[in-house]
Design a protein around this ligand. Structure first.
Ligand code: PLP
Length: 447
């Protein structure tokens, strides 16, 4: 495995990193001599915290998971409020200090000097972010697009593929609107049909989940589009098995990875999908608006661009200039994307996945044990689920649950409506086992 390139910023003037507080202190103290001994308190603290994480991760043997002390060090990497129990990773995650600082430092740098010459470095930094993402996802850099988010990635593919009357698109009925209603809009325009496939409410095996899709494929099916993990039920589909069947039949696959990217180790070449999408601000804990769209190399010429930007003619074999050229972007954010990958590799992607799964398993276990009558929309089996836990109870008033959990118990989570009505808890590495216990107590008190 080649090393993931480190994003370094030696060439950025030191002043770019100074916080307003430090500059205020500088002015207050007056003069260079006084400030020479005045380090930025925030930066020093952040630096120490980060170093502690690097040391703590190094101290673990390969494959060793780390105990609660290790995860407390991870938790310290975030600016989360002391009393807040945030279990809403399926929606929006905080970025750790190194990512925040990188966005902040680079923004300060570019706003201090927006000249072409100063901004020249961003080309290289964006390339490094792309290479880091490719390595992280088991893909090649020319297959990686950095769109704003999953919504954009899905729509680039849906609007860019050529489909005609008589063609059929098969989708999961649990797909997010951007891989769901977006197909209906395309169907209205181009005359193809969309077939929605339900999966059984209590699946017992991966086969139970894949069979309905396989049975639904026909000679007319041109695309199979599904969420890798459902944001409304937490069900995890057997993505590789589905992509394999589709590929054997010449069917294009669009896998929406919004609830997997950043939470689970992925190898997209091994999965064999044509397109895979994700957002940075969910499980990757990255900067906002720097998601991912993977386009399998052979499929790059098959997708028409939504926007024809600079670079369209010059790089026909590379996905990025074709689908990412949206005019001027937020260079600082795109450059900081590599820092997010670095944060994940410092902890270890397998370790992150195992931790998320351990927190979700503990949540399920305690909810089952302590709340008789709790009904799960998310399968209890780990192989059929991931980091999302959706459940309900006849005694819980879902109309008030979100506000009560937040206002009385400091818990940030989500409430689902419709077929999967219930409370959704989605814990991440910044949560502790103690918080799991407190979250279950809070739910208990709602009944
Ligand atoms: C499965 C799935 N796809 C797509 C999205 C859209 O993500 P974004 O708003 O980051 O584009 C979400 C958001 O929750 C999601 O859960």
């Amino acid at each position: 495995m080649t090393a993931i390139p480190q994003v370094t910023f030696e060439h950025i003037p030191e002043s770019a990193w100074q916080s307003p507080r430090r500059q205020f202190l500088k002015r207050f103290m007056g003069g260079i001599a006084a400030t020479a001994f005045l380090p930025s308190i925030e930066l020093l603290e952040a630096e120490n915290t980060r170093n502690l994480l690097i040391e703590a991760a190094r101290a673990l043997a390969p494959g060793e998971q780390g105990d609660e002390r290790f995860w407390a060090v991870v938790k310290d990497q975030f600016a989360l409020g002391e009393d807040l129990i945030l279990m809403n990773a399926a929606n929006l995650c905080p970025s750790p200090y190194p990512v925040m600082e990188t966005v902040f430092g680079l923004t300060r740098d570019v706003d201090g000097d927006p000249s072409f010459t100063n901004r020249a470095k961003f080309g290289d930094l964006r390339t490094r972010s792309r290479s880091a993402l490719a390595e992280y996802l088991g893909a090649d850099p020319e297959e990686i697009v950095i769109p704003r988010n999953t919504s954009e990635g899905n729509n680039v593919v849906i609007s860019g593929l050529t489909l005609k009357p008589g063609d059929e698109v098969v989708i999961w009925d649990q797909n997010h609107p951007t891989n769901n209603i977006a197909w209906d809009v395309g169907a209205q325009r181009h005359g193809y049909t969309v077939k929605r496939i339900p999966t059984p409410p209590n699946p017992r095996s991966s086969d139970d989940l894949s069979r309905p899709f396989v049975d639904a494929l026909s000679r007319n099916t041109k695309v199979l589009g599904f969420s890798h993990v459902s944001n409304i039920s937490g069900v995890s589909l057997p993505a590789k098995a589905l992509c394999t069947v589709a590929r054997e039949r010449g069917i294009t696959t669009l896998v929406d990875g919004a609830q997997v990217f950043g939470a689970e180790s992925l190898d997209l070449h091994d999965m064999g999908c044509d397109f895979y999408t994700g957002s940075a601000h969910k499980w990757p804990m990255g900067p906002k608006e720097a998601g991912v769209l993977y386009v399998r190399k052979a499929r790059i010429p098959d997708v028409w661009p939504l926007i024809v930007g600079v670079g369209w003619r010059e790089s026909p074999d590379s996905a990025a200039p074709r689908f990412e050229a949206l005019g001027q972007r937020d260079d600082a954010t795109l450059a900081a994307r590599g820092k997010t990958v670095e944060f994940h590799t410092t902890i270890g992607p397998q370790r992150i996945e195992a931790r998320i799964r351990a927190l979700a398993a503990e949540l399920k276990h305690q909810l089952q044990e302590r709340i008789p009558g709790a009904r799960f929309h998310t399968p209890l089996q780990p192989e059929l689920s991931s980091g999302i836990v959706v459940f309900t109870h006849p005694g819980v008033d879902l109309n008030r649950a979100l506000t009560t959990l937040y206002e009385k118990h400091n818990i940030g989570c989500a409430v689902m409506r419709g077929d999967f009505a219930g409370i959704r808890l989605s814990p991440h590495v910044y949560n502790t086992m103690d918080q799991v216990e407190r979250a279950v107590s809070a739910v208990e008190s709602l009944i």
